[in-house]
Design a protein around this ligand. Structure first.
Ligand code: NAG
Ligand code: NAG
Length: 138
């Protein structure tokens, strides 16, 4: 193993440790994506009697109830929003820098409220992503 490979390995190890610590300290899921990627927001619960709401920065943009997605009057994401009722998932395609923000999935069945899932999305340009990774390593 040459020096370059060795240092690459230790950089990866440090990064991994850092990510593990972050994920332990913070129950929210932090998601890093590049511009143009897509984001999957899946409600992986059994369908029976399930009602789900998807929110972006506190504004509802999608709703599922009685085995159907319901129309929500929202200008958010428009035609970039794909809904799949087979797996109760939503995909936001072609991410933009300004889509960075806080997504929440709120699910309930009858009287039972499931814990809210929070996904914090960070969308980066390609250069930006490399910059952030190198900041993490310092
Ligand atoms: C949900 O199902 C659709 C259509 O079958 C598929 O394209 C998509 O990738 C699935 N989403 C997830 C998160 O599995
Ligand atoms: C959503 O929230 C994030 C961080 O809280 C903010 O940077 C972003 O501008 C907000 N987006 C919109 C469309 O309000």
């Amino acid at each position: 193993m040459n020096i370059f490979q060795e240092s690459r390995c230790s950089i990866l190890a440090v990064l991994l440790l850092f990510l593990l610590q972050v994920s332990r300290a913070d129950p929210d899921v932090q998601v890093h994506k590049a511009v143009g990627d897509s984001l999957d927001l899946i409600a992986d619960y059994t369908k029976e009697g399930l009602a789900v709401q998807w929110e972006y920065n506190g504004t509802e943009f999608a709703e599922y109830e009685k085995d159907q997605f319901k129309r929500v009057k929202s200008p958010l994401f428009h035609e970039r929003l794909k809904m799949y009722k087979d797996n109760i998932s939503i995909t936001i395609e072609d991410l933009k820098l300004q889509d960075s923000g806080i997504f929440t999935i709120v699910a309930e069945r009858k009287a039972d409220q499931f814990p809210t899932k929070t996904i914090v999305l960070h969308v980066h340009g390609e250069f930006n992503l490399i910059f952030i990774l190198s900041m993490l390593l310092m």
